[in-house]
Design a protein around this ligand. Structure first.
Ligand code: SF4
Ligand code: SF4
Length: 307
């Protein structure tokens, strides 16, 4: 079993995460669906995050061929977003042991109408539903890779609740080329904006490296800043700094996570982000972002505000 132990600049799990986990668990999951999702995540999915590896190893002619196999399986399960990356130290929490040197990153959509209610309970319920569906997908992809004769380890929300977190999902999505990180610290994807939950499978199976994409998010965020204005925890920084090897905005977990726990996932920063829109509108919106960025590059004096 190969472990990724090179953690030169890892995210750190500390008391504030433990506080959030404890309070998040205390929330009432009153509806029968929510009770079922929690039960399924904890009792059925969690034990499958690790498992037996087949002794009959299937060979692949290239990392791309291996990725195609996994992509086909994910497609048959209705996974909307999938990407591949090597594991970088910035993706793995300090002290966590992660199997393998490669990662599959899966993204699952949350319902627009439900997220529009954030921070009210329907948004939190939708986040839980997405984590539950995503957990099934993570479990199936992990099982599949193991059936091919390679070590694989699933990482989804229940890993976070039962154990200290292992993988920082937005950074994994960034490396896998699924999107860009916004001012709110979330992955913004070209297909679903920030309205996405992520899961990861780490593995020793060699996989290709995703290409970074440029949607113009970083430039747009400098003028927008709506999430920093509206954040109910006043947790979002308007200035960027190098953090874990990435030039990004900083979210103060001591301000965000208590709200996250109090409001069952909060989600205000997802709801109000202009990139949160209907799937069918995304292409047009991204084109508008590109044109706006070009315009303000040519006319910096017209920029309404900037950081
Ligand atoms: S989840 Fe809520 S508290 Fe946390 S950054 Fe987003 S809006 Fe702010
Ligand atoms: S709300 Fe605005 S500033 Fe915040 S991530 Fe979305 S686009 Fe960027």
């Amino acid at each position: 079993m190969k472990m990724c132990v090179d953690m030169a600049d890892p995210p750190v799990y500390d008391n504030i995460f433990q506080y959030m986990v404890t309070h998040y668990q205390d929330l009432k999951r009153s509806s029968p669906e929510e009770k079922f999702w929690v039960h399924d995540l904890e009792d059925n999915q969690y034990p499958h995050l690790n498992g037996e590896v087949s002794e009959n190893r299937v060979g692949f002619s290239s990392p791309e061929e291996a990725a195609e196999n996994i992509r086909d399986l994910a497609g048959s399960m209705g996974v909307p977003l999938i990407g591949f990356t090597k594991i970088f130290p910035s993706m793995v929490f300090k002290g966590a042991e992660v199997i393998g040197e490669y990662a599959v990153v899966l993204g699952f959509e949350m319902d627009l109408d439900a997220i529009d209610t954030a921070p009210e309970p329907p948004a939190g319920k939708e986040a839980l539903r997405a984590y539950w569906r995503l957990g099934i997908m993570v479990q199936k992809v992990s099982d599949y890779i193991r059936s091919l004769g390679y070590e694989a380890q699933g990482h989804q929300v229940r890993t976070f609740i039962k154990d200290p977190p292992t993988v920082l999902y937005p950074i994994a999505g960034l490396h896998a080329g699924l999107g860009e990180i916004g001012m709110h610290g979330l992955l913004i994807t070209p297909e679903l904006g920030p309205r996405v939950r992520l899961g990861v499978i780490t593995t020793e199976l060699a996989l290709p490296q995703g290409e970074p994409i440029d949607l113009g998010v970083q430039e747009f965020c400098q003028r927008c800043q709506i999430c920093a204005d509206e954040c109910i925890g006043d947790a979002i920084s308007r200035t960027r700094s190098v953090e874990r090897g990435h030039f990004k905005y900083t979210i103060d977990p001591y301000r965000c996570l208590p709200q996250f726990a109090r409001y069952d996932g909060c989600g205000v920063c997802i709801r109000i982000c202009p990139f949160n829109r209907k799937k069918e509108d995304m292409e047009r919106f991204l084109d508008g972002v590109k044109r706006l960025n070009e315009y303000f590059r040519l006319h910096p004096e017209k920029v309404p505000r900037s950081v």
